[in-house]
Design a protein around this ligand. Structure first.
Ligand code: SF4
Length: 168
């Protein structure tokens, strides 16, 4: 069996972003699909959000709790449904060997999703909500943002890590 990797659906060319666009990277996907099995995932749409939808962002409250709230409509809180979907995803894919995610997304960002305070101050960067759940469910699998695979060397290193994890 080939190793299985989760890939953000917008990278596969699906028009699932908040504004109805995609982030297709066909050359990368063609190269990957030669060696790996792909599980497409859009945590926001699969959690039940629409396309298009109001943009959301990571917000930390005064107690340090992080939620996913509407960028303009702070009363919009999609945290519970994103949580539910992420837990279901982990339960459904116990053999996952890696993930390639869209950079800077509040759901998929790989250490580079901006985190804001309740009054809109930019605090720092961290994993998106879904990426953070993947790390909890699969502590040892390689997880990368698509932009980190821009060079041949980085791509080959990622593929090697996925294969090493799969062959353990
Ligand atoms: S970045 Fe993630 S949540 Fe956003 S559209 Fe792409 S797959 Fe969906």
């Amino acid at each position: 069996m080939r190793p299985v990797v989760a890939i953000s659906r917008c990278l596969l060319g699906e028009k699932v972003r908040y504004d109805g666009s995609d982030k297709a990277v066909p050359d990368l996907i063609n190269a990957i699909s030669t060696y790996l099995s792909i599980v497409p995932v859009c945590p926001e749409v699969e959690a039940g959000l629409s396309v298009p939808r109001p943009p959301v962002e990571l917000v930390q409250n005064q107690n340090g709790i992080i939620s996913v709230l509407g960028k303009k409509e702070r009363l919009l809180d999609v945290t519970p449904q994103l949580n539910r979907f992420a837990d279901q995803f982990c339960a459904l894919h116990p053999t996952l060997s890696g993930a390639i995610l869209q950079n800077r997304s509040p759901s998929c960002g790989n250490g580079d999703a901006p985190l804001f305070s309740a009054n809109g101050e930019r605090l720092r960067e961290r994993d998106g909500f879904f990426a953070a759940t993947l790390r909890r469910c699969y502590p040892a699998i390689p997880i990368t943002g698509v932009e980190q695979l821009a060079s041949n060397a980085a791509f080959e290193e990622f593929m090697a890590e996925v294969n090493r994890y799969h062959d353990q």
